[in-house]
Design a protein around this ligand. Structure first.
Ligand SMILES: O=C(O)CCC(=O)C(=O)O
Length: 262
């Protein structure tokens, strides 16, 4: 089974959901000629890291983004791993990934579990406690957000149920882009899964962001790398390769959880 993906490696207008929606719409318009199964957006694509203005710009229960995305999913008949948005709840604001199927139905929300202190997330956001596991296009998948990839035990938690694709959405700064690449490749090799990782480009008042959205195979090979300009990164992956690699080196059979410390 093959899956074709399109990663929107976009710049994000700081604190301006309407402008970012326009940009996403124009990127969708570019898809017209392509056969795409899944579109992936970056982290906090509606607001960027304008965290001090969340009172004004956070999305109440994510309703605005879900309605916007649902229309696009139906119009273009694509599944969406729609990055994340700042979602206002009664408890506080979460950094929430939204996953919608091609009928426009919300199939998963995942609130970022590990908040990133270097960008003040813990001052403005509340963390999630639920996993990012979901099924999309008939494939067992999981989604995590940016800093989450520094926690291999969290990613492994998602991989123990024969999960084959890990989606990562991010606003990863350019100055640590070497970490981004090394961590993504490591997560692919150690979990023998596809890693489909969408980062943003451009800058905000505090950071320059590094791009290099990537599609990495279950052997750890980089299949596509978007470099550091705004672009749509296309790739077609063969899901069977996950089983082939897992048969060749059966790490999930050989694990020794009885001696591991969590
Ligand atoms: O871990 C890092 O170096 C970057 C993480 C990050 O930018 C984020 O979680 O938003």
């Amino acid at each position: 089974m093959t899956l074709s993906v399109a990663l929107f490696q976009m710049d994000i207008v700081f604190g301006d959901p309407a402008a970012n929606e326009k940009k996403v719409e124009s990127m969708f318009a570019n898809l017209k000629e392509k056969q795409v199964d899944v579109v992936v957006l970056p982290e906090l694509w509606t607001t960027g890291y304008d965290l001090t203005r969340l009172d004004e710009i956070a999305d109440h229960e994510g309703k605005r983004a879900i309605s916007f995305l649902s229309k696009l999913a139906q119009e273009y008949k694509v599944h969406l791993v729609a990055g994340s948005v700042a979602k206002r709840t009664d408890q506080g604001v979460t950094n929430s990934m939204l996953v919608l199927d091609a009928n426009g139905e919300l199939v998963k929300e995942y609130a970022k579990a590990h908040l990133f202190r270097l960008m003040d997330e813990e001052k403005h956001l509340i963390e999630g406690n639920d996993t990012g596991a979901f099924e999309l296009a008939g494939i067992k998948s999981a989604g995590v957000i940016c800093y989450d990839i520094r926690f291999p035990e969290w990613i492994r938690t998602h991989m123990l149920d024969n999960t084959k694709v890990l989606y990562v959405v991010a606003e990863w700064p350019a100055k640590r882009i070497d970490h981004w690449k090394a961590l993504l490749i490591s997560r692919a090799i150690e979990n023998q899964c596809y890693v489909i990782a969408c980062n943003r480009v451009g800058a905000d008042p505090n950071n320059k962001f590094g791009g290099h959205s990537m599609v990495i195979g279950p052997w750890g090979e980089i299949i596509e790398d978007a470099a550091d300009k705004e672009t749509i990164l296309y790739s077609e992956i063969d899901i069977q390769q996950v089983d082939d690699v897992r048969q060749q080196i059966p790490i999930f059979t050989d694990r020794r959880p009885d001696i591991y410390r969590l």
